[in-house]
Design a protein around this ligand. Structure first.
Ligand code: ADP
Length: 734
């Protein structure tokens, strides 16, 4: 494609194909002016329409390509090392896989444009050693501050001294401070691999040696570091990082953590081991810190970057090792914009870079286990830990025998345990993976679960419409007055209420307790989330009621009771990974309780206490549990044994979205082995004023489902207000 004709002139110069940071499908051609140094991967600006846009040179064609064409010129080149070939390949691969435009994915790699330019400078002030003639109290404080913090800008010195910055300037005139221009963003200190690490145990040494050998050998190698909480996984991957740095002193290492786990504690631990703080990357960074990490990563000077999922998209110059800690964590799945799973992407990135990748977890995802068993990942085990994390005493509460009161969701046994825990001054956590509606309708008399006829898909109660709806097939009926199975009257109830309704119940039960809800609705921002975590850590919350987002690597030493409000929703139903998450949560809680040397207990409410998965859960039999999960998914052809993709559409009105859904259904290409479900109202039917519908597509593993979805999208001609997005490997069924 050509960049447009305005201001263009005939030329015989090399042609740069520029991929812009815009949702465009392909690069555009521009002329490279004489004397401009541009290579493949250069970050450049060029005119597009009326504006100057940022892009990356994707290809350079020789002069002949420009012959007879009118091309606009490249305007400027940033002094940043060109984006490496492996990164460009990764962008194209990721775009294809996620059914996104390459320019959109490129945009994810350029989230700190200040990093493209050299660091701005700022004026900093040093002590000269001279005493000012007039030494007031405020001046004294500034000099003390300068002594303590070293060279700093006027605002920082003034703040440290608690004075106005005029005092700082006054000290310059008085000869006691000297001004100097310095880069505002400093490079990161280099990590030192040879500082002493922990004295590793036998099994830790074995795991570390396997990783170190891979680092020395170079090239792609993938590992699962499977070790119970506190077994030393971090210590072991520290050794891999050290070896990567010894083997190639310019090596860059990326450590991914769930955002929520990126606390000062882990940064300090890196600093203690390597004598230098790692470069951080997460949503809470200020612009200045963000551009600094971006710049240093692109120049290859930031050797260890520790970040949340988006750190995967930084343009490392020489990436040699990627660690994905807590690899099972749900927060690795990006749900907005380009939807991707950072663990899966990390493995692909490592492959393209010829780097090592280590997935670490105490409760690996089923996907990862299956990959390890298939030999795609080498599995390294750490089984031991003094006082190793066992599951807490897990007790199944049979809700058929001891049901909660009408319109309540906590059984007498669980409410009693909550009261006991509160009385003992300890904390409780109630886990419920539902945000605002009843996901399952069940007969209190006979235990029947209402399903779409002929399927295993449960019906969800929708609050506003009074209907029962299947989120997979779209089947929907008004809520019946009698149980279709046993005929009992008024016996149908919505099970698995949202967290807010459980919170209400707890409030009535224990008015004196400090109760907090923790879900993605209540804890949107990083700060809000950290706030809740901190108050939980410091014991300012008695009962935390949360969705899956509580199932992270938190450390709540005073937490001794976990109540799983509705374990059945985990074992079947719409969200295929909820069972795994329940297991992971219980394991994590076990780790916490073990550390604080307090016995922990978990009460799991269920209508199916004989379900083998439930029994494995109660027995703390992790591998047995995973085996059952695996069998179920294999039988149903669900991931990782089959593929899933979702197509979500939204429009300002129900009529418009339904009409569009019909057109979209008609446009679906035929494909061998493809099963199409829907359109169904998305579980969140209306979001920010937009009505939503959803298709779910299932295919065998060997089908390129991304290509299928792309072909489908390419056929769609929809009115403007209708928006369509694709989610490959959906995790959330919202
Ligand atoms: P994980 O990452 O598996 O949860 P960590 O690496 O965080 O485990 O180890 C848990 C704790 O035990 C940390 O404080 C760590 O420093 C310590 N630790 C682990 N291995 C050793 C060891 N061989 N010698 C001394 N301390 C160790």
């Amino acid at each position: 494609m050509t960049g447009g004709a305005i201001g263009a002139k005939p030329c015989a110069m090399p042609v740069a194909r520029i991929l812009f940071v815009l949702p465009l499908p392909e690069p555009f051609d521009y002329a490279v002016p004489e004397g401009m140094e541009v290579s493949v991967g250069s970050y450049v600006t060029a005119p597009l329409g009326q504006t100057e846009r940022l892009g990356v040179v994707w290809e350079i064609l020789d002069d002949a390509a420009a012959a007879g064409r009118e091309l606009k010129p490249v305007l400027s080149v940033y002094p940043t090392p060109p984006m490496p070939a492996a990164m460009r390949e990764f962008i194209l691969w990721a775009a294809k896989y996620t059914v996104s435009h390459p320019g959109h994915v490129l945009g994810m790699t350029l989230r700190a444009r200040g990093g493209l330019s050299p660091s701005p400078t700022e004026t900093v002030y040093h002590l000269t050693g001279e005493e000012p003639k007039k030494l007031t109290d405020t001046r004294r404080r500034v000099l003390d501050a300068a002594e303590e913090v070293g060279a700093a800008n006027a605002a920082a010195l003034a703040a440290a001294a608690g004075v106005s910055s005029g005092v700082v300037k006054g000290l310059v005139s008085a000869g006691a401070l000297r001004a100097e221009e310095m880069a505002a963003d400093l490079p990161f200190a280099l990590p030192q691999p040879d500082l002493p690490g922990a004295n590793l145990t036998g099994e830790q040494v074995e795991a570390a040696e396997a990783l170190k050998a891979a680092m020395r050998g170079g090239g792609f190698a993938a590992f699962l570091l499977d070790g119970v909480t506190g077994s030393g996984k971090t210590e072991v991957y520290f050794e891999a990082i050290a070896e990567a740095l010894r083997t190639d002193p310019e090596a860059q290492i990326l450590v991914l953590l769930p955002e929520i786990a990126l606390t000062q504690a882990i940064l300090s631990r890196f600093e203690a081991r390597f004598g230098a703080a790692p470069a951080p990357w997460h949503s809470g960074l200020a612009d200045k810190e963000r551009r600094r990490t971006w710049r240093e990563a692109a120049h290859g000077r930031a050797r260890i970057v520790i970040g949340a999922r988006s750190a995967l998209f930084l343009p490392y110059a020489n990436l040699k090792l990627v660690i994905v800690d807590e690899e099972h964590d749900g927060s690795y799945k990006q749900e907005d914009g380009v939807t991707y799973h950072a663990r899966d992407m990390a493995v692909m990135r490592a492959k393209l870079e010829g780097a090592g990748v280590v997935l670490a977890s105490a409760t690996p995802a089923l996907e990862t286990m299956v990959n390890a068993e298939a030999g795609r990942y080498t599995r390294l085990m750490l089984a031991a830990r003094p006082g190793a994390a066992r599951l807490p005493d897990v007790e199944l509460i049979d809700l058929r025998r001891a049901p909660p009161e009408k319109n309540h969701w906590l059984s007498p046994h669980l409410t009693h345990a909550l009261q006991e825990t509160l009385a003992a001054g300890e904390q409780s956590l109630l886990f419920l993976n539902r945000r605002g509606y009843a996901p399952l309708v069940i007969c209190k008399a006979c235990g029947e679960r209402l399903k779409t006829p002929g399927t295993e898909n449960w019906l969800t109660e929708h609050r506003y419409s009074g209907r029962l709806v299947c989120h997979v097939t779209g089947y929907s009926i008004p809520k019946p007055g009698v149980c279709p199975a046993c005929g009992a009257k008024d016996s149908l109830m919505g099970v698995g209420p949202g967290v807010e309704r459980v919170a209400e119940e707890v409030r009535v039960l224990m008015p004196e307790a400090r109760i907090e809800i923790f879900s993605s609705d209540t804890a949107m921002g990083g700060d809000a989330t950290r706030g809740i975590i901190e108050r939980m850590e410091t014991g300012d919350i008695d009962v935390l009621i949360g969705t899956q987002i509580v199932a992270k690597g938190h450390n709540f030493p005073n937490l001794t009771l976990v109540g799983v409000v509705d374990a059945d929703s985990g074992m079947k139903g719409g969200d295929l990974r909820a069972g795994e998450r329940t297991y992971q949560l219980l394991s994590q809680v076990a780790g916490r309780a073990g550390r604080a040397e307090r016995p922990g207990r978990a009460l799991v409410q269920t209508y199916a206490p004989d379900n083998p998965a439930m029994l494995a859960l109660a027995d703390g039999d992790r591998d047995g549990f995973l085996q059952i999960e695996r069998d179920v998914r294999a039988e149903l052809g669900l991931p990782p044994f089959g593929r899933l993709a979702a197509l979500i559409l939204s429009a300002p009105s129900a009529e418009m979205v339904d009409e569009a859904a019909r057109d979209i259904a008609l446009a679906a290409p035929n494909g061998a082995g493809i099963e199409l479900f829907g359109p169904a109202p998305a579980p969140i039917t209306v979001l920010r004023g937009r009505h939503r519908r959803r298709f779910l597509v299932k295919s065998p593993r060997n089908v390129d489902l991304s290509a299928y979805m792309a072909a489908w999208m390419a056929r769609l001609k929809l009115p403007r207000p209708v928006r369509v997005s694709v989610d490959i490997d959906p995790y959330s069924f919202m």
